[in-house]
Each structure stands twice: as structure tokens, then as C-alpha cells.
Design a protein around this ligand. Sequence first.
Ligand SMILES: Nc1ncnc2c1ncn2[C@@H]1O[C@H](COP(=O)(O)OP(=O)(O)O)[C@@H](O)[C@H]1O
Ligand SMILES: [Mg+2]
Length: 319
Amino acid sequence: MTYLPAASAGAGTADVWMLVRQQPTALRRCSRDLATVFAERYGRRFAVWHTDELLFGVRGGRLVLSTLGGTALPPPAVVCVRHLPGTMRDDREVTLLRHLERLGSRLVNPLDAQLTCRNKVWQLQELALAGLPVPDTLSYATAPLEGVVRSPHLPTPSVVKSVRGTKGAQVFLAPDANLLYEMAGSLAQISPFLFQEHVAHSHGRSLRVVVVDDTVVDAVVHTSPNASLAANIAKGGTATRCVGRHPQAERLALAAARVLGLDIAGVDLLFTAEGSYTICEVNAVPGWRPEATEVVAPAIASLVDDRLSATVGTASPVT
Ligand SMILES: Nc1ncnc2c1ncn2[C@@H]1O[C@H](COP(=O)(O)OP(=O)(O)O)[C@@H](O)[C@H]1O
Ligand SMILES: [Mg+2]
């Protein structure tokens, strides 16, 4: 069975939603696979909604939700959010998610956890406060970049990342501060950067652990195809399954997901020279390799079942 877009699924009947980015962006393969599993499990109780199909507001003092065409929608019991937090805007997607949460819908992941994960520094703040290992990192609010790269606390060599980057696209290794100083004027600064200690032992290698509901469901070592730093699949990296081979890393991934309040997490870890691990970043909307769908998708569906039984009857009806 394939899933139906919300409009044709009988908009008002679904109480399990997958919320994805506005059309016409195609669904990521993982989200498509997940939607197919949800459609088999929940039938017409399930619908995929795009953020541009929904209206919300207040009428007669009550929070309301409707389609663009004006059909009132009861708030869904559970919303599986597959919109990447990095591209959510406060006054748009975040406001919609906030509205759903205020209507009583259980978001998977909860909005607060998604917001923490949206910014790489926010997550590091929480992980470090919880005593979990993270690489030394320097960032800034409005300090001029030319000044930041002259800080005596700038790690060298430095891994430079946009605080909102994804897929290894906004990550590079700067061997020394001089190069950064020369580049500072030409770096686009839509979001701030962070400057991070280069975990040299892990150069071109990282460990991705997928956690669902406090359980490790997949683990792979990502390896970059050449000498480049980032091992992301999107940068040509390869994935080798390694579930059970790095128990300490798996325990760290579980702890990281817990600290950040994530039901679903893709935790990237780096290998240290001492034979342990440090947390690189945590993704709130992780992808997974096609072969892992048979494990990951049912685990997410069980999580949704669990949240569904906990929330049915608590979401406020729309009148
Ligand atoms: N401090 C670091 N030391 C060594 N390699 C790193 C470091 N930070 C990131 N990397 C490499 O770059 C990749 C991408 O960085 P990451 O922080 O996960 O950003 P993205 O959100 O783009 O995936 C990681 O998977 C890892 O291979
Ligand atoms: Mg990553």
C-alpha cells in the first residue's frame, strides 16, 4: 500500500500525521519509506501533510487548524515531523509546530528538542552541561569574524562549521588561523560559524548511531572516499553496518538522545586517539540506509503507537 497525500486521504480523519516540508520538495527516500510503513499500519488514520497546506489561528478564543480550502481539522494525536529543523523558520514552520503542540498533539520529536538540535552550539551546550564528551568548540553571537579568528582560544587546526549546516556541506578543515583570517571577509555569514578542535584520529571517519525510543536501532561507520574531512554519505562517504561493535559509543548515543529530549535521533560520534568517542552532532530528523528501513521504520511506528495510546483523547477537538 502506498501512502496518500493529505488532501486525498480524507483530510479530517487522520490522527497520525507526517509533517514534511512545503511542496514541491520531493520527500526524502527515508521519509517515503516511513510513510509507506505508516500507511500500511494506520490506513486512513494516516496522512502526509506539507507545511504549506495548513492554516491555523484563533477563532472565538479557541485555537483552530484548517486546510487552505477551509476544512476544519481536528488536531492529530501524533505528528511525526520529517521537516529538517535546520531549515525551519521561527515565524513559519516553528509557529505551526508550536500551534500543533498547543492543541495537544504529541510531536515526535517534541518541538523543544527539535529547536535545540537546530543549532549545533545549542546541542553542544546541553551535552557538555550533562557531562557528555564533546570536542572543544568556540562560537560567537555578533563578534566580527575577523576578530573571532584572532582569538587565542581558536582551536588550531580548526574544523569550521555553520551552526545550521547539514550533510557535511558547510564543514571544512582550516589548518591554521592565518588561512581563516584571510578567508574571513569572503565567508558567507547567513548563520554564525563554530570553530572546533580537529579530532584527527577520526579524520574522514564517523560513527552514526540511530536511536529510537531509547533503543539503538542502527549503527554504521561512515568513511569518506578520499582524504576529505567529512564522511557524510551526501559527500560520497560509504556506510558499513557496525551494530554492537562499539558498545561504549552506543551508550553515549543513548545518553545524548536522552539529554536532548529526542524520541528519534541520529547521533554522529568521532573516534578519539584514546580509543573512546566524542559526540560530533545530533540530528533530530535522521536518515538511514535503505537496508535499515526494515528495522528503523517499524521501530518508529512502535514509538508512534506508544505515543498514540498515551495521547488519544487528550488532543482538544476543533469546533
Ligand atoms: N571536530 C571534528 N573532527 C574531525 N572530523 C569532524 C569534526 N567535525 C565534523 N567532522 C566530520 O565532518 C562530518 C560532518 O560534520 P557534522 O558536524 O556532522 O555536520 P553535518 O551536519 O554537516 O553532518 C562528520 O560526520 C565528520 O566526518
Ligand atoms: Mg553529521
